[in-house]
Design a protein around this ligand. Sequence first.
Ligand code: SF4
Length: 350
Amino acid sequence: MSRPETLRTASDLVAAGLVTESRAVDVERVSERYAVAITPAMADLIDRNDPADPIARQFVPDAAELVTLPEERADPIGDLAHSPVEGIVHRYPDRVLLKAVHVCPVYCRFCFRREMVGPQGLGTLSPEAMDRAFAYIAEHSEIWEVILTGGDPLILSPRRLAEITERLAAIAHVKIVRFHTRVPVVAPERIDADLIAALKGSGKTTYLAVHANHPRELTSEARAACSRLADAGIALLSQSVLLRGINDDPDVLAELMRGFVETRIQPYYLHHPDLAPGTSHFRLSIAEGQSLVAGLRGRISGLCQPTYILDIPGGHGKAVIGPNALHEKGGGSYAVSDFRGIEHAYPPDL
Ligand code: SF4
């Protein structure tokens, strides 16, 4: 039996029962502008009978993507403003992004780098550009952490990933290597012994941030892939985007965060959606986001609490935008809200 293929065209999506013939024209128009890919694992997960299926909404193109608002921008988090050499983003003093590849196993419809990834994106770094990127890291002794992102670095073969991690092994001031990836969830079969050995090839402390947005993505196959990574000594973190129609519900968010912890993934970032072109149908207001995040407090364990983050447009970095429990009253006094929203004086009234 032949292996199922990743779906990439309107006719693939029609044949797989994911869009009707009448919507195929919209999919075609969107795919002329933005890349499309749905792995077999994600295609299997989509409920064809649910027109609002949260997995379909993440991967099946929608005509709404053709609407770009004035505040949306091609590079919403300002990567290019902080790129000293091709493939490197040096925004914070002690860490850099290394973007070796701009290809992904799936293309998320809300992607913040949607103008950079895909077949028409920034491509893969040439060997010469890779040399310049490594020279930059080696010359900057303040770089403590290298974050491999892109694109999805785990789309690379184990051999090519090992070439990267082995080069990082030779740079003594780099202590931490972190990968940002969707692969354990959308293509869990790729997480095998060779890939794990390549991820650990630097010999440094290795972190892997798993991107998932809905608890149904944490299938038994995805959980098993994460177990293989955790058992190999790779520390796992979560990354999710708060998305309208996908996880803008306290029960869904709670189940997602619990699912991460059950899978030994430490909840880390819950991103407010970036101002990427054609993504306004996914965006909530910050007030809605804060209310959802406030709803997690008390409802689920402290282990399950993500940090709600906004990437400030223009490349100014991340800001924590979670609800503030503390309100200054003057004279060193505060009102502190408990998880039910009830305020208490601090220090307590005498
Ligand atoms: S996996 Fe990440 S970089 Fe790739 S399309 Fe999804 S959000 Fe964008």
